[in-house]
Write a protein that binds this ligand. Sequence first.
Ligand code: FES
Length: 144
Amino acid sequence: MALYSEKVMDHFKNPRNVGVIEDADGVGEVGNAKCGDIMKIYIKVKDGIVTDAKFETFGCGSAIASSSMATEMIKGHPLTEALSLTNKAVVEALDGLPAHKIHCSVLAEEAIKSAILDYYTRNNLPYDESVFKKIGCAHEHDGE
Ligand code: FES
């Protein structure tokens, strides 16, 4: 079996939503201390809906595929859904990642949460802190 699924290869070779949203409503940047990869996600929010999402990923192919898939999964969806997007759901949507590449998908979950936290903070909106506890701890998820 090939190491990477066709979907991973597709999103790696033709990533969706690459770029910057200049007037973003929320920006999240996270990194993995071990591999040094960095992911930045920009979101636009209107009436509780993520109307647009873009990313810049300085990282491996799996991180690029994960950011591409994750931004596709939140675009046009309510903020609450975007907030509950798990790295597991991203991996499933990509038809799997090798075990040692699961941490790459964790970056996508964390970058989205971080962008949403930024949106909440900018707008002085109340939020549940426990939802954001994971951010910045990507290295703890290695090998999951
Ligand atoms: Fe670090 Fe993929 S190897 S994000």
